[in-house]
Design a protein around this ligand. Structure first.
Ligand SMILES: *Cc1c(COP(=O)(O)O)cnc(C)c1O
Length: 364
């Protein structure tokens, strides 16, 4: 039987997460499953403390630092438990027992982060778009100067909104960047802590990136369980316990792919081009309407509705015929969502735009 590691048909993968990875990354990852670094051993069956794995992890860390242009005074660690575990780790490590945490609530993930902080201490939601169905990013709020930190969600994966710029923040600034990290240039030095589950824009599920400014830890006055303490993982270079070696490896390959193609400047221009292609069609096509406020639209996740819901089956059929996958909206929003993460090529967006045009011609 003829077998190939790569699929025979090209599918345009708009999945919201886990999501598309570059083909060349998948090929290299497949090879590492049988023969990692020419060791004649699989990456899946070697010690995380072996020289090759330690070097690979260090390389992943240096790629993160390099691509994000991180100043010297930041630590980079790879953690487990997903971004959802960060919802808990952030307050555990930054919220003083008698302090207050400030949050901006812009969607489902932000709300979950608020919930975990509330479980630990005094937590204030200083701005929220919940009453408007999370269709925009709140602006013009005052950040309490005495709060221990401000937490935001830079891109709202489910609702399709994204901060176009970040507020000036004088207190420790924390961001969940799970769904737009490495997608555009931003000034990392403005943040005290950034975290991101890998599976949207950096790699596969199973690893979470955390970027922590030196000097912010150890001030809460509470006991922090060992595994939930950032310092544990910083002190052991992400190897306190067995790390998710394969997920780190695939993330490293993805970051290498990004760097070799031109880094953040290249991907930002490409992501902008894809978003302009998509939203251009959305705004000129009578059949559809966008969900998010135009000024806050996400370049990563575009949410939209069919004006005539009765045509949903017809649209889905055309998507399927064009080999477009993963366009179904999140169950809490409905409609459709086109996730256009870094690895999605502009050609895939063009195929989607062509289907939308064709749909308009046929049913408009
Ligand atoms: C997907 C997502 C999460 C949850 O990530 P898990 O790794 O599944 O815990 C959190 N925040 C944002 C912005 C996300 O997109």
């Amino acid at each position: 039987m003829e077998t190939s590691v790569m699929p025979a048909t090209k599918v345009h993968n708009f999945s919201a997460g886990p999501s598309i990875l570059p083909q060349e990354v998948l090929q290299k990852a497949a090879l590492a499953c049988t023969n990692f670094n020419n060791l004649n051993l699989s990456l899946l069956e070697v010690s995380h403390r072996s020289k090759d794995v330690v070097e690979m992890t260090d390389h992943a860390v240096s790629l993160v630092k390099d691509l994000l242009n991180l100043p010297e005074d930041y630590d980079v660690v790879f953690l487990q438990g997903g971004a959802s575990m960060q919802f808990l780790m952030v307050p555990y490590n930054l919220l003083r027992t008698d302090g207050t945490a400030a949050y901006v609530n812009t969607g489902t993930w932000a709300s979950k982060a608020v919930k975990e902080a509330r479980g630990l201490g005094n937590t204030e939601v200083i701005a929220s778009s919940e009453m408007q169905g999370f269709n925009h990013i709140p602006k013009g709020y005052t950040i309490p100067a005495d709060a221990d930190y401000l937490h935001i969600t830079s891109n709202n994966t489910i609702y399709g909104t994204q901060y176009q710029g970040f507020p000036e923040c004088e207190i420790p600034f924390v961001a969940d960047m799970s769904s737009d990290i490495f997608s555009r240039r931003f000034d990392a030095s403005k943040f005290s802590l950034i975290y991101a589950g890998a599976q949207k824009n950096m790699g596969p599920a199973g690893v979470t990136l955390a970027i922590i400014k030196k000097g912010i830890l150890g001030k809460t006055g509470r006991y922090i369980p060992t595994m939930l303490n950032y310092q544990t993982h910083i002190d052991k270079d992400s190897m306190f316990n067995t790390p998710p070696v394969f997920a780190i490896y695939v993330s490293m390959l993805t970051l290498e792919w990004l760097k070799s193609n031109g880094g953040i400047d290249w991907i930002e221009a490409r992501n902008k081009q894809k978003a302009e292609m998509f939203y251009g069609e959305l705004d000129s096509n009578e059949m559809f309407e966008g969900i998010a406020a135009i000024e806050d639209r996400s370049r990563m996740n575009a949410t939209f509705l069919l004006k005539n819901k009765n045509l949903e089956e017809d649209f889905n059929k055309m998507l399927k015929e064009a080999n477009i996958s993963g366009l179904k909206g999140h169950r809490s929003v409905g409609g459709f969502r086109a996730s256009m993460y870094n690895a999605l090529p502009p050609e895939s967006v063009q195929v989607l735009v062509d289907v939308m045009k064709e749909f308009g011609k046929k049913f408009g």
